[in-house]
Design a protein around this ligand. Sequence first.
Ligand SMILES: [Mn+2]
Length: 312
Amino acid sequence: MLALIIHHWDTDGITTAALLVRALELGDFKNMTPPIGEFRFDGKIWAAIERADKLYVLDLNLPQEVEKVPVETLFIDHHIQPRIKNPRVRQVNPALEGKHYPSASLVVSEHFGIFNAWSALGAVGDIGEKAFELSRVEELLKGEGLSREDALKLVELIDSNYIVMDRMAVEEALHVLLNYELRELLEYEPWIRRVEAIKEAVEEVMSSVEERNGFAIVDFESPFNIISKVARKLVWEKGYRGAVVVNRNFHGKAQVYFRVSPKEAERISVLTIIGKLRGLGVNAGGKREVIGCICERGKLDEVLSVIDAYLG
Ligand SMILES: [Mn+2]
């Protein structure tokens, strides 16, 4: 009987998996995460599914993949998604009833009636400090002697594994969580080293920012997925009207991130820009104040000239 768990690469996905393992007392299981940053099952995952007797898909908004699984599956999530028609799949998602949950960790906790600090960490991972407004989150952390700062630090440590794009480290993180107390993990060396490497990379990028018309422009090369972190720092902490952050070589592709301040978002239509970028045939998406785009390096100049026109 092989149980296979496929989970999101972030803190919510990993804590949700840990809660499931404890709830079902799974002794023998295998866990995997999709290729980081790609919302799909790759060949490696499909091959593992072939061998599995029971599948668990956690905190992954991949209804199109779950529809195709040939094995009995429990699909636990909190993202808005369609009802699964595949009869082998049991879908547990309060969003289907219009209920909003801040994290999959709280969904799995409620489903199995198992609540601990992992349940709280998943929420802190997904919605940040807003999670502390939930009394349950506060209580669960307190119950294990963890402060808000500890919780934020733990999320930073756990998330460092995917920010450095290390898929194996993400998969290993579940076992680390299962084998150590959270208090101990505040001192867990491999994760601390990753957080430090990320900090160094971000600081180096921050030291080469140029300014134009109140907008920050920065251009670098890094294998780490740090563009959104850098853009947030520039707009939220440094107070720029907006930030154009370019990673010219992210695993062979170019990554562009454009964040504007809430005030500028009234003037600059992010959705229009996304439309124009898609018109270039590149992968672009975003929300009111942010645009993320990944493209072939040869397309970068075209992408930047679209954004350039909005900087005045
Ligand atoms: Mn989540």
